[in-house]
Design a protein around this ligand. Structure first.
Ligand code: HEM
Length: 474
C-alpha cells in the first residue's frame, strides 16, 4: 500500500471512529434528556433532506406531534428545536446560561472566517460596539439620506422608467453603497470589489456552511474549509486589503490633526476608537476581518427585506395609497429630508416593515448553546397572537404596536432577549428611508400585477422572480 493510500485509509478510519463515538455520545445524551428525538430512517443524514426541502411543513408537523421542544438530527449533529413560549424563554436567558456566542460560532464558523477566535477581543464585540454605534442613529441619518438619493440617481441614470428583471440586483445598487458607507466608511463604499463582497458574502457563507454541515467531526471543519473554500477566503482578502490602508490612514490623520480631525460616524471608526483592557488600540489586521460580521448581518438581510416590501406594496393598491398619504403628511411637517424624526414618524411604514418581517421569517432565526443542564418551565404553548388571517399581508394588525424595532414574544424577527439584533435601529431606519424614497418618487408594478411567491429555506426567504416596472411619478 502506497503512503498516500495509507493516509487516506487512516483518515477514513479516524473519521469512522469519530462518527461511531459521536453516535454513542448522542444516544447517551438522548437517554438523559427528556426532549423527544424525531425518528429518522437514513443514518447520518437524518432529517437533513426534510429540513432543506420543506423546513416549515416538516417542523410544524414535528411541533404538532412533540410540542414546543424536540430534537432533530442532521449530518451527525443533534439540534434541539425550540418553538413557542419555550423558545421565548430560551431567547431571554442570559449568555452564561444559553450562549449566543458559541452557537453563532458553531453555526457560521466566524472564528474561521476572521482568522482568530470570534469573541477574543472583548471591546470589539457587538454588545460593546453596537450601543455606541446605534444610539440615536449616531447622527447618520443625513449620510443615509444623501447616499440613498445618490444611489437612486446613479441607478436610474437620467431615465424616467426602468424595467427591473431582478429586484435584489436593483436594490443592491441602492442599499449596498449606503450600508457600506455607514459600516465600512466613505473611503471604500463605492469600491466595486467591496460592493460585490458585501452583496455576495451571506449567500456564499450559506453555501460554505452547507459543506461544513457535511463534516461529522466539528473540530475538523476549519481545516476542511481551508482546503475546499475559495469564495469566503476571497471575501476575507478583499476586506483586509481594502480596509487596512483606510484604518492606517485615519490613524495618521488623527495623530496629525489632533482635535481638528473630524471623525467619521461609521462602524469602522467605532472599532478604531475601541481600546483593550490596557487602554491600547487594536491592530488594523484584527479590526479589518471583524467587520465582515456586520457585512454578513447587515447587507443582504436588508436587500431581502426591502425586496419583499416592494413586492407587497406593488401588488397592493390600498397599502400603496396609505403609504403615499403618510409620505405627503411627513413632507408637509418635516420637509423632504429623511431625518431621524421624519422617518420615526412614518408609523404606517413601520407597520408595513413589521408585517413583512413577520411573513418572511425563516425557521432558523436564533440559535443558542446550552451552557449547563437547563430545566425549562415547559409552559403550555401560547400561540403568538397576530390576530385574524395570520397568513395574509395586513399591516393594520400592528396599529396598536407599530414599531418594527420592538422585539417581543410575538415578534422575534430580530431575535429577542439580551442578544437581540443590535443593528435593528439602523436596519429599520434604512429600510423605511429606502421605501419612502421609492414610494414618493416612483409608481411600481410587477409584470403579473401580483406578488410573486417567495421561496423559503432554513435561513433565508428569497423574493419570487418577477419583472418589475418602476416609473417616475410626475
Ligand atoms: C432586516 C435586517 C436584519 C434582520 C432581520 C436581522 C436579524 C437578526 C437576528 C435574528 C439576530 C439574532 C438575534 C438572536 O439570536 O436573538 C441578529 C443579530 C445581530 N444583528 Fe441583525 N438583523 C438585521 C440587520 C442588521 C444590521 C443592519 C446590522 C448591523 C449594522 C445587524 C447586526 C447584528 C448583530 C451585531 C447581531 C448580533 C448581536 C449580538 O451579538 O449581541 N443586523 N440580527
Amino acid at each position: 500500500m502506497s503512503q498516500s493510500q495509507q493516509l487516506i485509509l487512516s483518515s477514513v478510519l479516524a473519521l469512522g471512529t469519530c462518527y461511531v463515538l459521536m453516535s454513542f455520545m448522542r444516544r447517551l445524551r438522548a437517554a438523559k434528556s427528556n426532549i423527544p428525538l424525531v425518528p429518522y430512517s437514513i443514518p447520518f443524514v437524518g432529517h437533513f433532506i426534510e429540513l432543506i426541502s420543506h423546513p416549515f411543513e416538516f417542523l410544524s408537523k414535528c411541533r404538532e406531534k412533540y410540542g414546543d421542544a424536540f430534537d432533530v438530527y442532521m449530518m451527525g449533529t443533534t439540534l434541539t428545536m425550540v418553538t413557542g413560549q419555550t423558545g421565548y424563554e430560551i431567547l431571554k436567558a442570559p449568555e452564561a446560561a444559553m450562549s449566543h456566542e458559541l452557537a453563532m460560532d458553531e453555526a457560521l464558523n466566524f472564528s474561521w472566517i476572521i482568522g482568530y477566535p470570534m469573541w477574543k477581543y472583548k471591546a470589539l464585540n457587538a454588545p460593546y460596539i453596537m450601543p455606541k454605534y446605534t444610539s440615536g442613529l449616531n447622527g447618520m441619518d443625513k449620510l443615509i439620506d444623501s447616499e440613498l438619493r445618490d444611489s437612486l440617481k446613479r441607478t436610474f441614470n437620467g431615465t424616467h422608467m426602468m424595467t427591473v428583471p431582478n429586484i435584489e440586483d436593483f436594490l443592491h445598487n441602492i442599499i449596498t453603497p449606503t450600508m457600506c458607507n455607514i459600516i465600512l466608511g466613505k473611503e471604500t463604499c463605492h469600491d466595486p470589489e467591496l460592493l460585490s463582497t458585501a452583496r455576495h458574502f451571506s449567500s456564499d457563507l450559506s453555501e460554505c456552511m452547507g459543506i461544513a454541515n457535511l463534516i461529522p467531526f466539528k473540530p475538523l471543519v476549519p481545516y476542511v474549509l481551508d482546503l475546499v473554500d475559495s469564495k469566503i477566503k476571497h471575501h476575507r482578502h478583499v476586506m483586509v486589503t481594502k480596509l487596512i490602508p483606510v484604518i492606517e490612514l485615519r490613524r495618521r490623520l488623527e495623530t496629525k490633526l489632533g482635535s481638528a480631525y473630524e471623525k467619521p460616524l461609521d462602524l469602522l471608526q467605532r472599532h478604531i476608537d475601541a481600546r483593550d483592557s490596557q487602554g491600547k488600540p487594536y491592530p488594523a489586521d484584527v479590526i479589518a476581518p471583524k467587520l465582515s460580521v456586520y457585512i454578513f448581518a447587515g447587507v443582504y438581510n436588508l436587500i431581502l427585506l426591502v425586496s419583499h416590501i416592494v413586492h407587497f406594496v406593488a401588488a397592493d393598491d390600498k397599502v400603496c395609497r396609505q403609504l403615499r398619504e403618510e409620505q405627503d403628511r411627513i413632507i408637509a411637517t418635516h420637509g423632504e429630508q429623511l431625518t431621524k424624526e421624519a422617518v420615526a414618524n412614518m408609523k404606517f411604514l413601520d407597520m408595513v416593515v413589521k408585517e413583512t418581517l413577520r411573513l418572511t421569517i425563516t425557521p432558523f432565526r436564533s440559535s443558542r448553546q446550552a451552557m449547563h443542564t437547563q430545566v425549562l418551565s415547559n409552559d403550555l404553548f401560547s400561540a403568538a397572537h397576530v390576530g385574524a388571517n395570520p397568513e395574509s399581508f395586513d399591516p393594520w394588525r400592528y396599529r396598536n404596536n407599530p414599531l418594527a424595532t420592538t422585539v417581543a414574544a410575538d415578534f422575534i424577527s430580530f431575535g429577542c432577549g439580551p442578544r437581540a439584533c443590535s443593528g435593528r435601529y439602523v436596519a429599520v431606519h434604512v429600510t423605511k428611508a429606502t421605501v419612502a424614497l421609492l414610494v414618493r418618487g416612483y409608481d411600481m408594478r410587477t409584470a403579473t400585477g401580483r406578488r410573486p411567491e417567495p421561496t423559503f429555506s432554513l435561513m433565508e426567504c428569497k423574493p419570487g422572480q418577477v419583472e418589475m416596472v418602476l416609473e417616475e411619478r410626475i
